[in-house]
Write a protein that binds this ligand. Structure first.
Ligand SMILES: [Zn+2]
Length: 132
């Protein structure tokens, strides 16, 4: 495991412990590193109306924007309470691609911290993007 993957895993696990998930009881953590080396993490935050729930990945990305504006995500790691390698949901894939380039890596983890790495373009081929 590379140093950055170990750091992202630790940050994601810390955030995962703060997940607010009383409805699904599914605790998710995410952590990303930008092209400038800054790290942001997030957890899922559920709501009694369900539809207002935010995923860990988008929580981390919105923290990045609030803290330091637009950056390119170099890597983003996701971990949940599952033996499966947890992929980002469709909504999160669309938000991740907004801040990605051709080298952005998505790291899916299982609960024991094993990892699978994929390029963003593999995770969301033919992404909708107007550009800016
Ligand atoms: Zn999501």
């Amino acid at each position: 495991m590379s140093t950055i993957d170990e750091t992202l895993l630790n940050e994601a696990r810390k955030a995962q412990k703060n997940a607010y998930a009383p409805y699904s009881n599914f605790h998710v953590g995410a952590a990303l590193v930008t092209d400038e080396g800054k790290i942001y993490s997030g957890c899922n935050v559920e709501n009694t109306s369900y539809g207002l729930t935010i995923c860990a990945e988008r929580n981390a990305i919105f923290k990045m924007i609030a803290d330091s504006g637009k950056h390119t995500i170099s890597r983003i790691l996701i971990i949940g309470d599952t033996d499966e390698f947890l992929p980002p949901c469709g909504a999160c894939r669309q938000v991740i691609v907004e801040f990605s380039d051709e080298n952005t890596v998505i790291t899916m983890c299982n609960r024991s911290g094993q990892m699978k790495h994929h390029l963003m373009k593999e995770v969301l081929p033919f992404a909708f993007f107007l550009g800016n």
